[in-house]
Design a protein around this ligand. Structure first.
Ligand SMILES: *[C@@H]1O[C@H](CO)[C@@H](O)[C@H](O)[C@H]1NC(C)=O
Ligand SMILES: *[C@@H]1O[C@H](CO)[C@@H](O)[C@H](O)[C@H]1NC(C)=O
Ligand SMILES: *[C@@H]1O[C@H](CO)[C@@H](O)[C@H](O)[C@H]1NC(C)=O
Ligand SMILES: [Fe+2]
Length: 557
């Protein structure tokens, strides 16, 4: 597995040797955003903030550069997109030039520039390429010196907010645990050419040592370093290892991603002030651990950097034509109060918050802005299950660590949606490793009509995991038996969701893979569920793929 991979890389390096172009003479120095993640006020992280040098950097050429971690793009806007890579080199300072083109043979380069990367940012490279055309496909690659060249990635910009957009398609993933199995879901997404954006709802990495949660011994997928992560070096090493997975690389190469973190980018069941309550043995102290994890995330993910002093704000919105707003929440690190609380007076406190009050206000304003600008849908990228789903299975709470632990916060969202007549709200959710579709009423046991879905205010699609252990078929069955508003549950398989948004409806396919214990297992559409515009509930459900989903990628009217 590993050997084959190295061979592949050597082959691509050889190709680069033959075809490497000389970097354009007037390549300008641009900013490496990886340096923007740092923690200026936290000297205990011992990172020297290295400024991007003034003037051209072409005098310093590293001759041993390799691109072993793939390329990635993300956070597409109508005129800009983030591109990412990482170099491997013994040189203290490595100049890296990017090229962005409208053709995959790079005959017409529309943007190019050079950055420097160093050990201070673990040799990562992150550039916000601006001045681009809306709704346009671009190819991008990186070079260093005369010989090293990365693979070429494909990305695209979103349509302008006023564009009359007929359809758009998201692939939605979460919970990719390397030792638990092969990333066949990513392989499937990497092969598709009918996806506009890949949404990762968190648990992109897991923080555990091998055997703690998934054992990768038989597959040679041992987490590196093989400890529970706590230092900056730990988190970086783990992120770098994930970025060597060939299936993950393929999915990044093929599409722009929009990502948010959940708990395992930090530690299990984390919140702003800690993780898993006061669990003994947690590597601590929490604050530097959290900041190290945040910093590694910003260095390694194709996300626009946020200054992580303060809260590391990653909640943000993408206005995609007149069709929808994609509103990404952070229910984990922005203002979430303590998780794993059993005291009901704390859980039911009227001011309890999962997003923090600044984000709550921002979310409300965003919903109203989206509605008043005439966007048809409000698609919300969310980490933990929003719908009420508190079900005891024997003595075990099936879904924990969800919005059920923050009921007043959920009520405030539903109140806002209902009193401001915000229609067409669709939550997309990760975290729980199980395919679930909900109508979301205030209370499924009072004032909700199971036969018509009456009383539902919005719908929620919870996706399967890429590999993390699901709640099992029996757990899904127990949820189904207990919850009248649950429309679909599959707790036995891994995979991803394909969410097709049109002016008429949002249609979600649950694409499940047969197995994760070997690479290349086939995938199939288990179920397609739809919500018609204006309905605020699931309006149809069919086995297999739905016949009338629109064709490839976005269509402008
Ligand atoms: C490069 O690709 C474009 C678009 O596919 C094509 O029109 C052009 O002929 C290609 N040029 C070369 C030199 O291959
Ligand atoms: C909620 O109210 C309690 C009691 O007034 C207070 O101690 C606590 O700090 C408040 N929490 C938040 C998040 O405002
Ligand atoms: C879940 O999906 C798998 C794969 O298609 C199928 O074999 C299984 O029967 C489904 N289970 C439930 C409970 O729907
Ligand atoms: Fe997870």
């Amino acid at each position: 597995m590993k050997i084959a991979f190295v061979t592949l890389l050597l082959a691509s390096t050889a190709w680069a040797l033959r075809k490497a172009p000389t970097a354009p003479a007037a390549s300008v120095v641009v900013k490496n955003l990886a340096y923007d993640s740092p923690i200026i006020n936290h000297p205990y992280l011992a990172i020297k903030r290295k400024p991007v040098p003034a003037g051209l950097v072409s005098s310093k050429v590293a001759t041993d550069v390799q691109f072993l971690h793939g390329v990635a793009s993300g956070d597409p806007l109508a005129d800009a997109v983030i591109i990412w890579t990482k170099v491997t080199s013994a040189a203290p300072e490595v100049p890296v030039t990017y090229q962005l083109s409208t053709t995959n043979n790079f005959t017409s380069i529309v943007s190019t520039g050079t950055v420097t990367t160093t050990a201070d940012v673990d040799y990562t490279v992150k550039i916000d390429v601006t001045g681009l055309q809306p709704a346009t496909t671009y190819y991008y690659r990186f070079t260093s010196g005369d010989f090293a060249m990365s693979a070429a990635g494909k990305t695209h910009t979103i349509p302008v907010a006023t564009a009359d957009l007929a359809s758009y398609r998201l692939a939605v993933v979460s919970c990719s645990n390397l030792p638990a199995g092969y990333f066949n879901a990513y392989a499937g997404i990497g092969k598709r050419d009918d996806i506009d954006i890949v949404l990762h709802l968190g648990d992109y990495i897991y923080e555990y040592q091998n055997g703690k949660y998934g054992d990768g011994t038989s597959m040679g997928r041992i987490p590196q370093p093989n400890v529970e992560l706590s230092t900056l070096s730990d988190y970086r090493t783990r992120h770098a290892q994930y970025k060597t997975d060939v299936d993950l690389q393929a999915a990044h190469l093929a599409h722009p991603w929009v990502t948010v973190w959940d708990d395992h980018e930090f530690a299990d069941d984390s919140w702003i002030g800690g993780a898993e309550g006061t669990k003994p043995g947690l590597p601590g102290p929490w604050e530097p651990r959290k900041l190290a994890a945040m910093r590694a995330y910003f260095e390694y993910m194709p996300i626009r950097a946020a200054l992580i002093d303060g809260v590391g704000k990653i909640y943000r919105n993408f206005a995609v034509g007149n069709l929808f707003d994609l509103t990404m929440l952070d229910t984990r690190m922005s203002g979430r109060e303590k998780t794993d609380v059993t005291d009901s007076s704390i859980i039911n406190a009227p001011n309890r918050t999962i997003m923090g009050f600044p984000q709550e206000k921002w979310f409300n304003d965003q919903l109203s802005t989206s509605k008043s600008r005439g966007a048809k849908w409000r698609i919300v990228g969310n980490q933990v299950t929003f719908a009420p789903a508190r079900v005891l299975w024997g003595a075990i709470l099936i879904l924990k660590d969800s919005w059920d632990d923050y009921p007043a916060a959920r009520t405030r969202v539903l109140d806002y949606v209902s009193s401001n007549k915000i229609d067409n709200v669709v939550f997309l959710t990760g975290d729980i490793h199980t395919s679930l579709t909900f109508n979301v009423p205030r209370n499924p046991f009072s004032g909700y009509d199971k036969s018509t879905g009456g009383g539902s205010l919005l719908v929620e699609f919870v996706g399967p995991s890429v590999t993390s252990q699901s709640i099992t078929a029996a757990g899904a069955w127990a949820l189904k038996a207990a919850l009248p508003h649950l429309q679909f549950a599959n707790g036995s398989k891994h995979g991803y969701m394909v969410v097709t948004i049109t002016q008429e409806k949002v249609s979600t396919q649950y694409v499940l893979v047969d197995a994760i214990d070997h690479r290349g297992a086939p995938e199939s559409v288990e179920k397609t569920l739809e919500t018609l515009s204006g309905s605020a509930r699931i309006t149809s459900s069919s086995d297999g793929p739905c016949i009338d989903t629109p064709g490839p990628r976005y269509t402008l009217k």
